[in-house]
Design a protein around this ligand. Structure first.
Ligand SMILES: [Zn+2]
Length: 121
């Protein structure tokens, strides 16, 4: 996958995200990790700035290849306000409306649930 993001955009992301994990809102004690919001394994995943979030190691390891909403529903420390923040930043960088992004994450989640139920038969 080609890198579609430049350093300047990463600086904006750092400014927007501050010093807390985008998912659990823990203050970073070490170096934050970069998470692909849409996992690399997903066909819609990109290396565009919109698809990156700064998260703690625990969240990054816990989310792995799950869609954003699946991780959100599984993780009580991932609050609604943080989910809204992630969607807002995604929409800002993707230059799309919040509604469009919400629908996209919802679709990803539905597809993931479907693929999981097929796989478990
Ligand atoms: Zn976290």
């Amino acid at each position: 996958m080609p890198i579609e993001t430049d350093l300047q955009e990463f600086e904006v992301l750092f400014e927007l995200c501050g010093d807390r994990c985008a998912y659990c809102w823990d203050e970073f004690t070490g170096t934050p990790t970069l998470d692909h919001v849409i996992p690399i394994s997903h066909p819609n995943s990109t290396n565009h700035i919109s698809n990156f979030q700064l998260v703690c190691k625990t969240c990054n390891a816990g989310k792995r290849d799950k869609p954003l909403l699946a991780f959100y529903k599984d993780n009580p420390r991932f609050q609604k306000a943080n989910l809204d923040g992630v969607i807002k930043i995604y929409a800002y960088f993707a230059k799309k409306s919040i509604e469009e992004i919400e629908e996209m994450f919802q679709r990803d989640y539905e597809e993931w649930k479907k693929s999981k139920s097929v796989a478990s038969i």
